[in-house]
Design a protein around this ligand. Structure first.
Ligand code: CA
Length: 229
């Protein structure tokens, strides 16, 4: 029997905090809350298994809570809530210690799925060094840059990995081919938008069910793609 898992919820916006707390408690988690960086750092003494961390807090940057915890040697999970429109380089910085992140506004269901996945991985993966990001039945391991489905490992090319990683950082949002070219391929190369389609196709072959409509990488006509967790 697993002990009841403890979640520290750090969010200053009362409606989001209250709604999330209620939902997490109804799922059987024990939930403590904090509204500021200072409160959250104090609350780490309660040894949470996972922290749901908003980045914009009244007294500073939420990621400081994570840095503080990591410096203190804590291995608790972090699911970071990031507001859309924050500078991209800071979003990239999340890879340095967050187990997963969710862009606001998010669906409660999506956040819960990520919380569950992070806690499950912590439960089974004590001692493993990889960090991964779950979607559907898959997990992208950021440490080994590989894709797993259960125990099965699916090989990815470098570009497939980069593309999938970008999609995972930008779920439920229409992403244009040009954005993908800029963000995944970079300015210094000159592929065409057909290159994007080609790599999306090869990625779909690996993560979508053959003959069925794509569940994860959806086509947005006239724009590009939308990734769904
Ligand atoms: Ca906030």
């Amino acid at each position: 029997m697993m002990p009841e898992e403890k979640i520290l919820l750090v969010e200053d916006e009362a409606p989001i905090r209250d709604g999330l707390k209620e939902k997490l408690e109804s799922e059987g988690y024990r939930v403590a809350t904090a509204e500021t960086v200072a409160d959250a750092i104090r609350a780490l003494d309660g040894a949470p298994d996972l922290v749901v961390l908003d980045r914009r807090l009244p007294d500073g940057e939420g990621l400081d809570v994570m840095r503080h915890a990591r410096e203190a040697g804590s291995r608790c999970g972090f699911v970071v809530l990031s507001a859309r429109g924050m500078p991209e380089d800071r979003v990239e910085g999340l890879e340095d210690g967050a187990d997963d992140y969710v862009t606001k506004p998010f669906h409660l269901r999506e956040l819960l799925a990520r919380v569950r996945a992070v806690l499950a991985r912590r439960g089974e993966g004590e001692g493993s060094t990889g960090r991964d990001t779950a979607f559907g039945e898959y997990a992208l391991d950021l440490g080994t840059r590989s894709l797993r489905k259960g125990r099965r490992e699916i090989a990815l090319t470098r570009l497939e990995f980069e593309l999938l990683h970008y999609f995972l950082r930008n779920p439920s949002r229409a992403v244009s081919r040009n954005e993908l070219l800029d963000r995944v391929w970079g300015y210094d190369r000159y592929p065409t938008t057909r290159t994007v389609d080609f790599h999306v196709l090869s990625l779909r072959k690996k993560i979508e069910t053959k003959g069925a409509k794509p569940k994860h990488i959806l086509t947005v006509p006239g724009v590009g793609y939308r990734f769904e967790v």
